[in-house]
Design a protein around this ligand. Sequence first.
Ligand code: NOJ
Ligand code: CA
Length: 556
Amino acid sequence: MEQFDYRRMAFYQIWIRSFADGNGDGIGDLYGVYDKLDYIASLGVDGIWFSPIYPSPNADYGYDISDYRNIHPDYGTLEQFRRVLDRAHSLGLRVIMDLVINHTSDEHPWFLESRKSRANPYSDYYIWRDPKWKGETRLPPNNWFSQFEGLAWEYCPERVQYYLHVFAKKQPDLNMDNPRVREEVKSIMRFWLDMGVDGFREDVITFISKHPQLPDGLPFLPVINGMPFYKDGPNLMTYLREFRAVALEYGAVQIGEAPMTPVKTAVNYLTGKDRVLDMMIQFDTMMADCFMTEYIHHPFSLPKLKRAFTKWQNALAGTGWNALYLENHDHPRVISRYGSEQFWRESGTMLAAAYLFQRGTPFIYQGQELGMTNIRLGSIEEYQDVATINTYHSFRRRQPEQKRLKHVHIASRDSARTPVQWSGEENAGFSPVKPWFAVNPNYREINAEKEEGDPESILNFYRRCLRLRKGSDTLLWGDYREYFPLHPQLYVYERSYGTERILVVCSFSGKELSWQLPGGYAWEGSALLLCNYREAPRRGLLRPYETQVLRWNTNP
Ligand code: NOJ
Ligand code: CA
């Protein structure tokens, strides 16, 4: 079946637990989602990506699935999901699900069986290995670290073996080399596609094929030392082709998450008629204030961000398609990182223009369109995320508590997981009762209700941007070119199509900034399409975090 044109679309990501509580128990759910579908459609997006909403013990809030064919009771029922799906479709919104198949929960029935013995129908569903013995001492099969929780191996006395978990202990990695596991994946895909969902965001999909020998990684590298042996592995293409065939039967779209996959490798997945993925969630644009992980922080560097943007734009020019994003449930809030909480409205709107007009399909994470910012909780006990908590306890063990907490304030994924701020009422209008997780205390200033009424708000600016993008062939299809790549505070990019050229000019400075049009441009004939200040802009001068979108047409 032919695919729908995802390239014209924009997606809104829902991390349901913190989106909207519809039945008043303090936890976001599908009743809340149903009530907010009109709001989502009003943004001008065309689809929703649901982070996992399946049954899960929540060791990693849904990314540890214990039943692939159901809805977590906290969030509703399959019936309610169907209602959401139907209504979303009737509003013109496509729906894509998170497909998490690198691992399951250790409470998934497959794993419960698998761990029982070496001889049962599920024994080979996971990656089991014998211990290494050093004299009497039992050691794990190799020296890999898990990304979330100590070593990547957990011992199981019943089997006298270890199982691999690249993420938390409660997330055992599936053995994708087992053809039966791949059949399970395909059948799960069909289950949701038969129901009418429109595609999948595929969790760490580039990790599913492991090096057959599972060799030791470099001992001095923490956390990611096994990555060269589980990322972009030898059979990845083969497996992705199998899944692709199922998706294409339904015309479904596939967006692969690919931490640390370099652009050179990515083009193999993303280009050509036989591509195995339509878009990729790359991580380069998340690294402008850190090294490998947000916990290794350095001051924000605009040139680094621009290099990442432009690298992906150029690599896929004419041959592939980008997924554009600045936030999701795995990263702190972008205003607190790349913008300025002091120039909150200005930087929140500028950042929208900095990425929404690039060539690709934009993803907007819940609350991003409101300009939600990082939360700073007083102690580690108040945090919820397994990665945050374990990193706090291990990564910088020798540092004093206040310093470690400061890292958490900068880096935690929990900043993206506070309840969405719908109004200035109690609990930010998210729920009538105390929510499952802390509400950011700034909800009286930053909330949807307040921003609805303000034409200059971040919320309404997102709407304007999405409308402009959708109505412009140049912004949808035009070539991308960057100017002044080394400028530390200015990001200028051009989109050109036929006789039209559009310049997107973004200041990342909290002070006034003078600038000049790039060579070949003149102010005559320019038209201002968009600006994030109400008062008219001045030529050659940008106010703090100002953005201007300018258009030229040589053949008006
Ligand atoms: C990527 C997901 O986005 C993240 O939230 C999760 O913790 C890991 N994959 C493991 O599933
Ligand atoms: Ca609820």
